[in-house]
Design a binder for this molecule. Structure first.
Ligand code: NAP
Length: 493
């Protein structure tokens, strides 16, 4: 890098203590209280982030509010130019950002690089698509009993101050998916990054400013979710919340936030149904990728597989074989490694406990099940039953369960009784049968012959039940960041 564009984000110590951005400047926290960001790879201290106080939050939100009033009047094309430049900055600094992401959240290089580049593309797409957001004109004549001359000019206006809260597993991508649509539609962003991933997110903030974003439009509040989160979500000046994270935290926020627009992507406990006519070879490969990519720490990971007994009997050895072939566990900085540590000791404890509990309740560990610090072996469980804890609560690690059902109707019943409803996969060689089955499953998206996944990012993406509120996807997210403002013209009487 020719110049260290980011040196003013932290002090000169090693490891550094970072600053937060209050809309006017990069600031040390007034209280000097900090939160440590520990690398899941080697337990090293990546840096410290300030625990921002309520008073500082008030000041930052006030700065953002002021900035938004001017920003909403900036022509969309000018806003878009800044976003495109931010995307270019991300691409230009991809190596630097990738390295940071690897250290902070333990992704391997291809996954981290993909996150950065996909985020840059997403910014560009939002900036393009923003130009197509339009209001409309409606005529009163369409509805009987109304004056024929009555008409409504329906403008689209920004919500105002958007609170964006991102999770650790895609800290950059799932921040961009909030910040870019908010900005292009004329909003400002009060941004709460996840603690694990916060340092990458501070760099992301600065990239928007380096691209020319007027001050104040992103204020970045660091600190633990439990400390700063509660104050932020119930702040009177927040006009809408876009959140990605666990179902539990999502539900807590929904209660505290009150009657403001909410756009939530929450946890998933995603099933795969394998029909008797499925190509088991390709199904096994999709299950391995779906269950174990980024150590199972994806909201769209496959968590359990359902099928008739003969199907599951044939499938399990194939999935085990493909796991042995494809999955290499270890330090994600080593090129051939594709299964690294989970995010924290606490998460590893939970995953280990769920595996042991399932075993105690009668599940059989076909493969894996052991743990070394934060590394959890890719784990395949057989003879799992719907009543087990591992089936009830999302387990954010590399564990996949197999269930034998008497009929496909029983599989549908099990899926539909879940508290989650993000995605489901159906594997079959009969697409018509796949579509019929898809219509019976109560989740956001059904994938036929593929693992669950979020992209491409312009497809609608949503969860039902505990998995989310509202719809994401480029055009859908833009709509969610605005509200219609009808101005009705009436003939004077
Ligand atoms: P999390 O613990 O729920 O945290 C998510 C974010 O909320 C973090 O920024 C966290 O800050 C913050 N937070 C925590 N408590 C808060 C509170 N009381 N008020 C306001 N904010 C609070 O989730 P995570 O462990 O980071 O991410 C994994 C979860 O996200 C999984 O359940 C996964 O399925 C879900 N996820 C869903 C999708 C989707 O598209 N549906 C995508 C990705 C991830 P701190 O980090 O500082 O605690």
């Amino acid at each position: 890098m020719p110049k260290d564009f980011f040196s003013h984000l932290h002090d000169k110590k090693t490891p550094p203590t970072y600053k937060f951005f209050n809309g006017e400047a990069w600031m040390d926290g007034a209280s000097s209280k900090t939160v440590e960001v520990i690398s899941p790879i080697d337990n090293s201290l990546v840096g410290r982030i300030p625990l921002v106080s309520n008073l500082e939050i008030d000041q930052a939100i006030s700065n953002a509010k002021k900035a938004q009033e001017a920003w909403m009047r900036v022509p969309m094309i000018e806003r878009g130019k800044i976003l495109h430049l931010a995307a270019d900055w991300m691409r230009e600094h991809e190596h630097y950002l990738t390295a940071l992401l690897i250290k902070e959240i333990g992704k391997n290089t291809p996954e981290a690089k993909d996150e950065i580049l996909r985020s840059a593309d997403m910014i560009d797409y939002f900036a393009h698509e923003g130009l197509h957001v339009k209001g409309e004109e409606l005529s009163g004549e369409a509805f009987p009993g109304y004056d024929q001359t009555k008409m409504a000019i329906v403008e689209k206006v920004p919500l105002g101050v958007i609170l964006a809260i991102a999770p650790f597993n895609y800290p950059v991508n799932l921040s961009v998916s909030k910040i870019a649509p908010a900005l292009i539609t004329g909003n400002c962003v009060v941004y709460k990054p996840p603690t694990q991933g916060a340092i990458s997110c501070l760099h992301l903030t600065e990239i928007f400013y380096l691209a020319g974003l007027p001050k104040g439009l992103i204020v970045t509040i660091t600190g633990g979710g439990a400390e700063v989160g509660n104050y932020l979500v119930s702040h009177k000046d927040i006009n809408g919340i876009t959140f990605t994270g666990s179902s539990q935290v999502g539900k807590e926020i929904a209660v505290k936030a009150g009657m403001i627009p909410l756009l939530f992507e929450c946890g998933g406990n995603n099933p795969a149904v394998v029909l008797p006519d499925a190509d088991l070879y390709s199904t096994a490969i999709e299950i391995v990728k779906g269950a174990f990519s980024y150590s199972g720490q994806r909201c769209t990971a496959i968590k359990y597989v359902l099928g008739l007994k003969p199907t599951i009997d044939k499938l399990i050895p194939m999935v085990s074989q493909k796991t042995k072939e494809f999955i290499k566990m270890g330090d994600p900085r080593i090129p051939e490694i594709n299964l690294g540590p989970v995010i924290s000791d606490g998460e590893a404890d939970i995953i280990e406990r769920r595996i042991l509990m399932a075993k105690a309740q009668g599940a059989k560990i076909i493969m894996g099940g052991k743990r070394k610090e934060r590394l959890i072996e890719p784990t395949i469980l057989d003879l799992v039953r719907p009543s087990m804890e591992i089936m009830q609560i999302e387990t954010f690690g590399p564990v996949v369960s197999f269930l034998r059902v008497e009929s496909i109707e029983e599989a549908v019943k099990i899926i539909n009784s879940s508290d989650y409803g993000l995605q489901a996969s159906i594997f079959t060689s009969d697409e018509g049968a796949g579509i019929q089955l898809a219509r019976q499953i109560k989740v956001g998206t059904i994938q036929i012959n593929s693992k669950p996944q979020r992209g491409p990012d312009h497809f609608p993406f949503l969860g039902v039940k505990g998995s989310g509120v509202g719809v994401q996807g480029i055009r859908y997210t833009l709509e969610a960041m605005m509200r219609p403002r009808p101005i009705v013209l009436n003939k004077p009487h």
